[in-house]
Design a protein around this ligand. Structure first.
Ligand code: FE2
Length: 219
C-alpha cells in the first residue's frame, strides 16, 4: 500500500484556523458520550464486515444524539460537529443526517470492535484515550479479511486526546483494539460519516479524505 494511504493525525493546533471560539469542550463532550453510549450486540453478517467472529459487543450512542440539541444542550452539534464540517467543507445541514455522528466507548475489559471497511468517508475524533489498548489498527492490505490478517501488516494509531484521524476507511479494513481490564481509563471517540454526495465530484468519495484534502493541508 502506497504512502499516500498512510493515516493522518491532526491536532487542535492545525484546526485552529477553523475554530471561531476556544474550541470544543472535549471533557464535557466525552462525558456526554459516555453517559449516552449503550451496549449493542452487532452480528457480523453485514457485507462490509472483515471479521472472523460472528458477532461482537460495542458501546455506541444512538446516531441522532449529536444532532439533537435537547440531549446535549447543543454543545456537540454547535461546536464540534460544525467545526469538523467546516474543516471538511461539508455543509452543516449534512451533519443533521442520521448517519453522521455516532459516539463510541470502550471500557476496560471490552473486546475489540468489529473489523470492517466503511460505507462512507468518515473521520474519527479521539476525545479520551485509555492508558493501554484502544489502538486504531488499519490494514495496509485492502483485501485483509480478518483481524488476524489486518494485524499482519498494519498502521497502528495510538489515540491521542483531542486529535482527529483521517484515513481511507472505505478501502482499508480496520478495527479498534479492545481496552485491557487493567486500564484505568475508557477510550471515547466520535465518528463522523459523510454521505457520498458531500464529496466534491472531482475528488470522488474514496479520495476525499486523503489525497486532495491532504495536498491542500500540506501547502
Ligand atoms: Fe470504520
Amino acid at each position: 500500500m502506497t504512502k499516500e494511504y498512510e493515516p493522518r493525525i491532526i491536532g487542535m493546533e492545525e484546526l485552529c484556523p477553523f475554530i471561531s471560539d476556544n474550541g470544543p469542550d472535549v471533557n464535557y463532550i466525552s462525558s456526554c458520550v459516555q453517559s449516552l453510549a449503550e451496549p449493542t450486540m452487532l452480528n457480523h453478517s453485514f457485507f462490509t464486515s472483515r471479521d472472523e467472529r460472528t458477532n461482537s459487543m460495542i458501546r455506541r450512542t444512538p446516531p441522532y444524539t449529536f444532532a439533537d440539541d435537547r440531549l446535549v444542550e447543543g454543545v456537540v452539534y454547535n461546536r464540534l460537529a460544525r467545526l469538523v464540517g467546516k474543516f471538511l467543507d461539508v455543509s452543516a445541514s449534512r451533519l443533521t443526517s442520521p448517519i453522521t455522528t455516532v459516539g463510541h466507548v470502550y471500557h476496560p475489559g471490552d473486546e475489540s470492535s468489529e473489523a470492517h471497511v466503511d460505507y462512507y468517508p468518515s473521520v474519527t475524533w479521539f476525545l479520551q484515550c485509555s492508558n493501554d489498548g484502544g489502538e486504531l489498527v488499519i490494514a495496509k492490505n485492502p483485501v485483509a479479511r480478518t483481524i488476524i490478517e489486518i494485524e499482519e501488516d498494519a498502521w497502528v494509531v495510538k489515540p491521542k486526546n483531542n486529535t482527529i484521524a483521517l484515513f481511507d476507511g472505505q478501502v482499508l479494513p480496520h478495527y479498534v483494539r479492545g481496552v485491557p481490564k487493567s486500564s484505568n481509563l475508557s477510550r471515547v471517540s466520535i465518528n463522523y460519516s459523510f454521505a457520498h454526495e458531500c464529496s466534491p465530484p472531482e475528488f470522488g468519495p474514496d479520495r476525499y479524505l486523503l489525497g486532495k484534502r491532504l495536498e491542500w493541508m500540506n501547502k
